[in-house]
Design a protein around this ligand. Sequence first.
Ligand code: PEP
Length: 240
Amino acid sequence: MIIAANFKTNMTRAQTAEYYTKVSGFITEKGISSEAMIFPPATAFNTFEGVLTVGAQNAFAVENGAYTGEIGLEQLDEFGIKTILVGHSERRHILGESQELIIEKFNYYKEKGFTIVYCIGEPIEVREEGNEALMNYLDDQFEGIDLEYEKLIIAYEPVWAIGTGVTPSEDDVELIHTALRQKTSRPLLYGGSVKTANAKELLALNNVDGALIGSGALNAEDFCTILSIAENITNNREGK
Ligand code: PEP
């Protein structure tokens, strides 16, 4: 499984370093087989020798240049970062990123060989229109995206479930992930209010290959608990 933590605009460099040490130590000690990915704010990028994948929450589709407030490939390369989130709903809906810009970022970082966690998800008004409208909306978010890119990971995150404490029903998550499975063979993460209390149920669903977690992962102990839950599910699936 892949268990990813999106820190968003939280955590200082010092807090992030402490978090890495705790989580990396836990993974080594417990022999966790899941991949742990952490997306800290760019101000917390640093070199780190451990068993974690550190990724960028965002970067512009350039090596460097005159793009005030953005970072580019050069700033990621400095820290050996080769993983990036693209299309997160907060960037789509709060920062106004268009599908056109998202495609540009996707293609640029694909060409540079990055692992791309590509986020999709519908707002509540689309959810309320029913499953067909929902799948059409997700299809539109796949426009221009190579769904068989070998380093692609999809994160399905309903906008109305992000940071709200509300999740879709288990049946709905399974239904949507099963429909997504017909479109791509790449790993499918669920995201939206995953926490220690519901991780077991959500991660055990068919066609759920992991989770992308925001607030529920800000505490290193909670993240480690979710890694343990994922490990148990993986072992059960493999009949260990
Ligand atoms: C996210 O922002 O990717 C996310 C899933 O947030 P939260 O877990 O806080 O809902």
